[in-house]
Structures are given as C-alpha cells and as structure tokens.
Design a protein around this ligand. Structure first.
Ligand code: PMP
Length: 439
C-alpha cells in the first residue's frame, strides 16, 4: 500500500533522533564503547532489586542485572522480550495476514506505548491535517474526542446501533465521494474510520463479524484506514468473539490499539499498537520526540509477569476479569430493571464496563447529572460529553458498572430514578413537558 498521502504535515516533518538510536545500540552490542547517547550510569541508580508479590501468593523477582535494565532507557518501540511476547499474542489471537506480508511497508509491526491512548493520540497526530475528513460513530470515547477536536479535522458521524456502525449507512456517507455524484466536503475522502469494536465507551455496543467484514470491504473500496481501538477486547462476555479488523487486514490498512488497563493495571500505563510498519515507524518517531519510550521498569515487570504466566496464564487472568465484570453487568441490569423501567431505555452490553441509558421525557441530562446527582450522592456522566458536538443537549446518561459493589449499583440507580422523577415533576410544573415523554 502507498501510505504517503495519509500522513500529516507534522508527521512528514519528523526525523530520526540519532541519540535515541545510539542508546538502543547498548542493548544490541553490549561490547560497544558507549560515548554517544546520554545513558546515565547504572551505578548511580539507587534501587537494587525488587520482589513483587502477586495475589496468587507467588512472587516476581527482579535481580540486580535485570534491575539495571529496568531503570535504564530502552529502545523506543519497547523492550525486545516484551515485543516478542506481544507479537506471539497477536499471532495467536488475530493471526493477522500482514504478519507475513511483503513488501515490508505493510508488514505487521508492534510498538509499546504508555497506555493505548498514548499510542492512539499519536496515530491521530500522524494522520490528520486541519480540514481532513474522518469517520466516527457517535457516541464515542471522550479521550478520542478530546484528542481529535483540536486537530481541526472534520468529524463525520456514522450512524450506529447496539451492533456498532451500520455498514449501509457508512456506504451511503461514502457515496458522496463517488465520481458521478456531487463532490462534497472538500473532495477529500475520509482518511480513516475510528471505532471501538467491543463494548463501546459509552454505548456498550459491539460490532458483529458480518458488519466488520462489510466495513473492511468499504475501506478497501474507498481506500481509508481503520483505527481499531479495542480497549475492551479482553472484557467480552460471550464465549465466541467476533474476529478483529486486524485479523481481516490483507492490505495493511488497520492500526489497532490494545490496552492492558482493564486486565493488568491502568496506573502502570502500558498498552501497544499493532499496524503496518510504515505507519508504526512514524509513531515511533513521535515517541522519540515526546515520552522517549514507555517506562522500562513497567515493561520489564509486565514482561516478567507474562513470562511467568505464559500466554495461557495471561488469557486465564483476562477471562477471570471478564467474568468479574460480567457479574457486575448483571448487577447493573438487575438494578436498571428494578428502578428505571418506564423511565429509561437501554440495551444489554456484550462487553466493556458501561450501560448507556436513554432517559425518557428529559431532552438534556447535563444539569441533572452534573449538579443534582452529586447532591443526591451518585456520580454519573451526562450523554453530551460523548457527542461530536458536546454543546448539543443529550437525553443519555452513562453508568459504569466496574467499580461500585452490586449493593452500591442498586443504590446508585435508585437515586437516578428519584432524580428523573423529580426532574420530570419540575418540567411538568414549568408546563414544558413535551411529547418526548413518549420517545
Ligand atoms: N480507548 C477506550 C475506548 C477507552 O475507554 C480507554 C480507557 N477508558 C482507552 C482507550 C485508554 O486506555 P489506556 O488506559 O490503555 O490508555
């Protein structure tokens, strides 16, 4: 694939940081006399060893030699043993056609990032010039919207439902760029489509295999990239998982973000990108100019944990987390049935952490949620935060079922029901009840 026209002006201007490159030589050629990069001398590091206790009663030991590496700079794309482990994981889970792809430009490459959001925000920076068109389903992750808005792109909303983006609607939008039709939106075919394919945040929607295939075909037809932000991949509640976009990627047009925040730790800030080497190399240039790398200590610790577990142990741990969140979802659905019936609508999320609740008869939940809910002792998020244009009113509320106990979830939704009733009474009192009540 030719990727050159996808790149932003900023990305095209990025150059290799030679000092970073020579730092990496220290790992590859230990006998080298290092007078180039500014590597601090490990003899000055104050920490010697570490013994980390796991919840299963076992420990991970980081001895003196390994600790010196954990405290030192490492290669920009990640420590080699972790990269190789992640590669094997992607091969097992997604078997990407690009793993064996020639030419090298489209070949699958992995880069460790400080959480998936760090990598994904660098992907947007790599692709977007002001005025570019991009495709997004709505509602969507606030972190993505916050990263995209300042870049001055034109975000085109693609209709979606409980099963994610609707391919027919996407096709209709794309047909604006067919040569025999009136060309709109600066003539620029959207550079990419971004979506959260499993357990959308906040929608809870998950794309089906059929829809993914149709969307991938449209990406080929109109030559756009797909950014697959699969932060909830490991938190799928059904036995069979729909294949990822990465697993269908015969061209090298998918950039996938994976997160360990939900199954290992969000505080350690570790995630990774998988995509065509040409594009991942551009992200690496950005990292060379920003964070320099993801924490070596975090990478070594996670790598030791993965080696101890093996792939099987890691997936068992992820499945345990999914089972936990499935039970939390059941608690929230039970509470929603108990308190919100008749007051709101929702659908059952098949993955992730969120219930997306549409309140009946209230056209904008912003004030109710940001002011009155806190006074009542419950914290939720108003729907408009997740919209492309957040200044527009939204009747939705996001309730997260990850953190609170089942009892607290029950109390939280009881409080929400009280709030809705009070708000509806107030609206009635103002004589402003509209027919959205039956919406
Ligand atoms: N993408 C989505 C859809 C998310 O919901 C989140 C976290 N809430 C992220 C990315 C960021 O994950 P990480 O902690 O790996 O940066």
């Amino acid at each position: 694939m030719d990727y050159s026209h996808f790149l932003s002006t900023v990305s095209m201007a990025r150059k290799t940081n030679l000092a970073r490159m020579t730092n990496e030589l220290e790992q590859k050629m230990p006998s080298l006399v290092m007078l180039s990069g500014g590597l601090p001398n490990p003899d000055c590091f104050p920490i010697k060893t570490a013994s980390i206790s796991l919840i299963d009663g076992t420990t991970i030991e980081i001895g003196e030699k390994l600790m010196k590496r954990a405290l030192q700079y490492c290669a920009t794309d990640g420590v080699p043993e972790l990269l190789s482990w992640l590669r094997d994981l992607q091969l097992k889970l997604h078997n990407p056609p690009t793993a064996l792809c020639a030419p090298k430009k489209s070949q699958m490459k992995i880069c460790v990032t400080s959480g998936s959001q760090d990598g994904l925000s660098k992907v947007y920076d790599m692709l977007i010039n002001p005025g570019d068109n991009i495709l997004l389903d709505e509602p969507n992750f606030t972190g993505t919207l916050a990263a995209l808005r300042p870049l001055g792109c034109n975000i085109i909303k693609v209709p979606s439902d409980a099963h994610g983006i609707i391919p027919k609607a996407l096709k209709e939008i794309l047909s604006r760029w067919q040569s025999d039709k009136v060309r709109t939106l600066n003539n620029k075919i959207p550079k990419f489509l971004y979506t959260v394919p499993n357990g959308g945040n906040p929608s809870g929607s998950s794309l089906t295999a059929e829809r993914k295939k149709e969307i991938y075909q449209l990406a080929r037809e109109y030559n756009f990239l797909i950014i697959e932000d699969d932060a909830y991949y490991f938190l799928q509640f059904e036995k069979t998982k729909a294949p990822s976009f990465l697993s269908m990627d015969v061209d090298g047009r998918v950039i996938r973000g994976d997160s360990f925040s939900k199954v290992i730790s969000p505080g350690m800030r570790i995630g990774f990108l998988t995509g065509p080497a040409f594009l991942i190399d551009k992200v690496i240039l950005h990292i060379q100019a920003s964070t320099l790398q993801t924490s070596s200590f975090t990478q070594i610790l996670v790598s030791q944990l993965f080696n101890k577990w093996g792939q099987r142990g890691f997936l068992e741990n992820a499945n345990r987390a999914a089972e936990f969140y499935k039970n939390q979802r059941e608690a929230m659905l039970a509470a929603a049935d108990k308190w919100l019936k008749g007051l709101a609508d929702w659908y059952i999320p098949k993955a992730g952490l969120y219930l997306w609740i549409k309140i009946k008869g209230i056209s904008d939940t912003y004030q109710m949620i940001t002011e009155k809910a806190l006074d009542k002792g419950v914290s939720l998020l108003p729907g408009n935060d997740f919209m492309i244009d957040s200044s527009k009113p939204s009747p939705y509320v996001r309730a997260c079922f990850s953190f609170a106990s089942p009892d607290q979830i029950d109390q939280g939704l009881q409080k929400l029901a009280e709030l809705i009733r009070e708000e509806l009474n107030e609206i009635c009192g103002r004589g402003a009840l509209t027919n959205t009540f039956t919406d």
